[in-house]
Design a binder for this molecule. Structure first.
Ligand code: C2E
Ligand code: MG
Ligand code: MG
Ligand code: MG
Length: 276
């Protein structure tokens, strides 16, 4: 009986492993197909000057819908990275953003769009030229495109410093995304020579909860000031969270549901038209 049970269990485990592998494979294949027929779309989330309430920028967020079902980027971006599809995906994102936003960027010289790039893009020596040629075609100024890199991708400081320099020399601004969650680059924040940081949503969420991690927020802000970095606070959902940062920092931008959820390019265009 034990051996029958063992064999059954073994077969069940083998089936599960095969199913998991197959699922993984098919996600890669399906993503490849989506990339082939421009099946990815973009949403844009407003970034707001907390003091004035004015929308100063938008973050481009990629969307993939399959048979009406949205697959979150947190799920398919890692698959694209592992499958060697990330460079294609990032170029698709850039082309979509330029198609959606080139006229808006032209009409609003102070407005900018943030694009998320991965470590693979950052360390790809061709990437800055690929980006430059798209911008030139679309007649978009490089300083209006902010590139968001994760703190994790700066773990190798020497390589990151060089890659950041390469992109900044083309006129882009670089922000460290999800700041405070990674390999605390607090220590060498100055050397990285970026333009700003985005304070991770997890800090915003702890405001008003009495959690100890709130106490680190003023330190992060202090560091950012020392290095003359711009600050965007992620995940602002309540007026209390907004007010906390407004009281702490004279000039700070915020992003979150309080100001607006990710939305269509058309909605962002209307929003900006209503401002000018
Ligand atoms: P991220 O770059 O940190 O983007 C912010 C995420 O937080 C977005 O999730 C956004 O919808 C969500 N968010 C914004 N405000 C709030 C809020 O007030 N409350 C809560 N609970 N969430 C909020 P999304 O769109 O699901 O993207 C998740 C992650 O996927 C992004 O995190 C980014 O790392 C990655 N990602 C998204 N689009 C792209 C892309 O085009 N390229 C790359 N490489 N990665 C992307
Ligand atoms: Mg981001
Ligand atoms: Mg972020
Ligand atoms: Mg985040």
């Amino acid at each position: 009986i034990i051996s029958i049970f063992g064999a059954t269990l073994g077969a069940a485990l083998a089936t599960i492993i095969i199913l998991l592998r197959r699922n993984n494979l098919s996600m890669k294949t399906r993503l490849q197909q989506a990339l082939g027929h421009n099946g990815l779309t973009m949403e844009y989330q407003p970034i707001v000057d907390i003091a004035t309430g004015r929308t100063v920028a938008a973050e481009a967020l990629v969307r993939w819908k399959e048979n009406g079902e949205a697959i979150p980027p947190d799920v398919f971006i890692p698959v694209a990275e592992k499958a060697g599809l990330i460079n294609r995906l990032t170029i698709c994102v850039i082309e979509n953003v330029l198609k959606d936003m080139a006229p808006v960027l032209d009409a609003n010289p102070d407005f900018h769009v943030s694009i998320n790039i991965t470590a693979a893009d950052l360390f790809n020596r061709d990437f800055s030229a690929q980006l430059a040629s798209r911008l030139e075609e679309a007649n978009v100024t490089s300083s209006q495109i902010v590139l968001e890199i994760t703190e994790r991708s700066t773990a190798n400081a020497a390589d990151a410093i060089e890659a950041i320099k390469r992109l900044r020399s083309r006129g882009h601004r670089i922000f460290i995304d999800d700041f405070g969650t990674g390999y605390s680059s607090l220590a060498y924040l100055g050397e990285l020579n970026v333009d700003g940081i985005k304070i991770d949503r997890s800090f915003t969420q702890t405001i008003g909860t009495g959690s100890v991690s709130v106490s680190i927020v003023p330190q992060i802000i202090g560091m950012a000031h020392v290095h003359h970095l711009d600050i965007v606070v992620e995940g602002i959902e309540t007026p209390a969270q907004r007010d906390y940062f407004a009281a702490l920092v004279p000039k700070v931008d915020g992003q979150g549901w309080l100001f607006g959820r990710p939305t269509s390019a058309a909605t962002i265009r209307e929003l900006l038209n209503s401002l000018t």
